[in-house]
Design a protein around this ligand. Structure first.
Ligand SMILES: C[S@@+](CC[C@H](N)C(=O)[O-])C[C@H]1O[C@@H](n2cnc3c(N)ncnc32)[C@H](O)[C@@H]1O
Length: 214
């Protein structure tokens, strides 16, 4: 029998995309859902789960209130990419419900997979997210100047080419750029380049960039 957590929302870290990276504990918890919330891509991984499926897209601010309402009568499970405690939608849910009302199941972060893909440790790295953020460029420059390795979450605007142009415009040159694209997914690609060449890179999909001092 599946144990339920009354009134608690379960937030499940689903890793970088490949189902094999999702932990057995996470899979077990997803099965408890009466209501399963997640992006189309993540919901597709759980087409066999018999729950009401709610697609998370641009509605994420409205949805957080609905998640709170549903949780008083139903078991809500929210699927998030990577790890829920690393630049994640879960922050909004925890802020709304309070941490005592959430159960968080960790996942493998895209950042972890990116560092594994390039064979580098991440214990000495600094991290920033440019995902949906257009105001973090001063922070980007500062972090790249101050740290030997910086892991960056990107989006369709803040692409590797755009980041390379920002760094060069700020006078930063002596760095390697690693572009980790669609990690664990069929179109996975890992590229290593210098910043000057990076301004011409064409990319598509989910990308982590790692900047390393030469
Ligand atoms: C909203 S953030 C979520 C990060 C997530 N919590 C984590 O731990 O990976 C989304 C960003 O994560 C990165 N990302 C997620 N999945 C990825 C993948 N399979 N390959 C490369 N980057 C990925 C991309 O930078 C994407 O824009």
């Amino acid at each position: 029998m599946v144990e339920r957590y009354q009134n608690k929302v379960i937030i499940v870290g689903c890793g970088p995309g490949l189902k094999a990276y999702i932990s057995p504990k996470a899979l077990y918890n997803v099965k408890k859902a009466d209501v399963l919330v997640g992006s189309r891509r993540l919901l597709k991984l759980f087409s066999d789960v018999d729950a009401e499926k709610i697609v998370l897209e641009k509605n994420y601010r409205v949805l957080v209130n609905r998640i709170a309402d549903w949780s008083s009568t139903k078991q809500v499970v929210v699927l998030v990419s990577g790890d829920p405690c690393f630049f994640s939608y879960s922050r909004l849910i925890i802020k709304k419900l309070g941490r005592e009302s959430c159960i968080i199941i960790p996942g493998i972060s895209s950042i972890q997979l990116a560092f594994a893909a390039i064979g580098e440790s991440w214990d000495d790295a600094y991290f920033i997210s440019l995902h949906g953020r257009d105001t973090e460029y001063a922070q980007l420059m500062k972090s790249v100047r101050e740290h030997c390795k910086v892991g960056i979450l990107t989006d369709h605007k803040n692409t590797p080419a755009f980041i390379a142009r920002q760094l060069l415009a700020g006078g930063i040159r002596d760095r390697r750029m690693f572009v980790c694209e669609n990690l664990s997914l069929p179109k996975e690609r890992i590229l290593e380049t210098d910043l000057t060449s990076a301004v011409n890179i064409k990319t598509n999909g989910a990308i982590v960039v790692i900047i390393k001092r030469e």
